[in-house]
Design a protein. Sequence first.
Length: 307
Amino acid sequence: MSEIRFDGRVAVVTGAGGGLGRTYAEELARRGASVVVNDLGGATDGSGSGASSLADETVDAIKKAGGQAVANYDSVATPEGGAAIVQSAVDHFGGCDIVVNNAGILRDKTFAKLEPADLDIILDVHLRGAFFVTQPAFRLMKEKGYGRIVLTSSSSGIFGNFGQANYAAAKTGLLGLSNVLSLEGAKYDIKCNVIGPAARTRLTMGLEKDEPSEDAKRLQDPRQVTGLVCYLASEACDVTHEIFMVGWGRVARAFIGLGPSWFHEGEGFASVENVRDAMGEILSTEGFIIPKNTMEEVGPVMAKLRG
Ligand SMILES: NC(=O)c1ccc[n+]([C@@H]2O[C@H](COP(=O)([O-])OP(=O)(O)OC[C@H]3O[C@@H](n4cnc5c(N)ncnc54)[C@H](O)[C@@H]3O)[C@@H](O)[C@H]2O)c1
């Protein structure tokens, strides 16, 4: 089995001072990548910053293992921060081939209790943050004709989770971003994929009711996610525009499918009652397709019009 290597590649991993991001940065560096270890060093709710020890610890570990890395403490949540993170890759290592958008925080509250500030900060870090870091990197990737982008969504957004309306909305926004980046990047060998990870980190340990068993800890170890992320960041990766649920030793494809299409037959327009009566057929998933762009989504309509 040939080993997947990253020699000569430059990677940016955001939020790499701990948890999942640290494992990605360490594994990419162990396999030869030069890594910008970004971490703002704040609390899990996005308050505070400046704990540079977080990014520094990852960089120290990488260097101790013989790898190349540099720390960066900018926030992903501003255009200036995103530009500075990518510039750090250019200044220290001469480019940017890989971006793993991973930085994240939580502000969980039920929808009725959410304040605008709880929405703003979550959108800033997760959704705008991914824009601000990926855009300057994407421009470099286009010029070079090579790039790998990983965006971190969440089961919470993709499938829903009680008490996380702000987080879920931001995380699902990343699917939209990935859909377009994978299309726009296609002719430049830029691949963009989304992960929905599950792992025991400082973000999730606060939600635990009991201490997990040793076996459960192994299954929830962030390193269960690292293999997929490094594959998606590698030259060997030939998939794009995909969503993967990963963790607990599992990797599963998630996808947005289109049901078989119900058509209103005859004159006039579909009435409220027509729609009610057809709801069983509309909700069917039999023979679904997975459109890769809006043209494929309207494909069944075009086929119908053509008879
Ligand atoms: N752990 C899980 O089960 C799980 C599930 C779904 C999604 N996720 C996502 O995975 C990603 C990593 O989370 P984790 O579980 O490793 O948590 P973590 O708290 O260990 O790591 C997140 C890191 O991001 C950094 N960060 C926060 N805001 C930042 C900013 N503005 N700029 C730069 N860095 C910033 C934090 O300092 C922290 O080190 C997050 O996007 C999270 O939403 C995690």
